[in-house]
Write a protein that binds this ligand. Structure first.
Ligand code: AP5
Ligand code: MG
Ligand code: ZN
Length: 215
């Protein structure tokens, strides 16, 4: 099974991903997390990607597609995979359609999480992320039990460099211009499922589960 989480920054893609990979035994592929890790480790990829990420812009397609191509060939993807934050342009989606047959997979469902824009800004500027395991928290919607400490692993929480108000606004623009065209793209392929992401985290999870169970 291959699932794609699509939606604007702050929609809750990363938040929903953890439960989904567990429930359906999928490999988790978040291009954002892979790129942030490359930046942290100062690899060649990280050095190239950082300038775009800090500005809230997309990393060039040619860098990102290579990451996904390699990742999809790893053994843990045999049972299936969940893509979070990829594809993000029509070019990336077209590339995915070209490489998937080699892995014996097809896109089974694109889960579009829709959330009102004011809410997205609130979610992103209040987000805190675990520096060790990547779990997402929110200062008011999902506060950790102990301030700035991860409930899952005890790691320190930090604020993502691209979660400042200015960069969040740029990311929302980039989504509208470059990623939203994928909604029509996947609707045309009859694999798009709309999820109301304005609800509580658990209710969004139930909607997603209801959709995936019917596949
Ligand atoms: P990426 O890491 O993919 O970021 P994004 O798409 O901007 O999405 P976010 O991770 O910000 O949001 P999310 O939907 O995961 O929300 P979350 O669950 O955390 O990409 C970062 C950068 O990398 C890009 O800008 C680009 O530069 C580069 N990049 C990555 N992939 C690329 C690609 N394919 N091509 C080119 N460049 C690429 O939730 C947000 C907050 O809300 C959290 O605090 C959470 O606790 C809270 N929350 C979640 N759900 C709810 C709810 N239902 N109610 C209340 N609060 C909630
Ligand atoms: Mg995310
Ligand atoms: Zn943690």
């Amino acid at each position: 099974m291959l699932l794609i989480l699509l939606g604007p920054p702050g929609a809750g893609k990363g938040t929903q991903a953890g439960q989904l990979v567990e429930d359906y035994g999928l490999a988790y592929i978040s291009t954002g997390a892979i790129l942030r890790n490359a930046v942290k480790e100062g690899t060649g990829l990280g050095q190239k990607a950082r300038q775009y990420m800090d500005l809230g812009q997309l990393v060039p397609d040619e860098l990102v597609v290579e990451i996904v191509k390699d990742r999809l060939q790893q053994p843990d993807c045999e049972k299936g995979a969940l893509l979070d934050g990829f594809p993000r342009t029509v070019e990336q989606a077209t590339f995915l359609e070209k490489v998937l047959p080699d892995t014996g997979k097809k896109v089974d469902c694109v889960l579009l999480i829709e959330v009102a824009e004011e809410e997205l800004i609130e979610r992103l500027t209040g987000r805190r992320v675990c520096s060790e395991c990547g779990t997402n928290f929110h200062v008011t919607h999902k506060p950790p039990k102990v301030r700035n400490v991860c409930d899952e692993c005890g790691g320190a929480l930090y604020q993502r460099a691209d979660d400042s108000l200015e960069t969040v606004k740029e990311r929302l623009e980039v989504y509208k211009n470059q990623t939203a065209p994928l909604i029509d793209f996947y609707e045309g392929r009859n694999v798009l499922a709309r999820i109301d992401g304005n609800q509580e985290i658990e209710s969004v999870r139930d909607q997603i589960k209801g959709t995936v169970d019917k596949l």
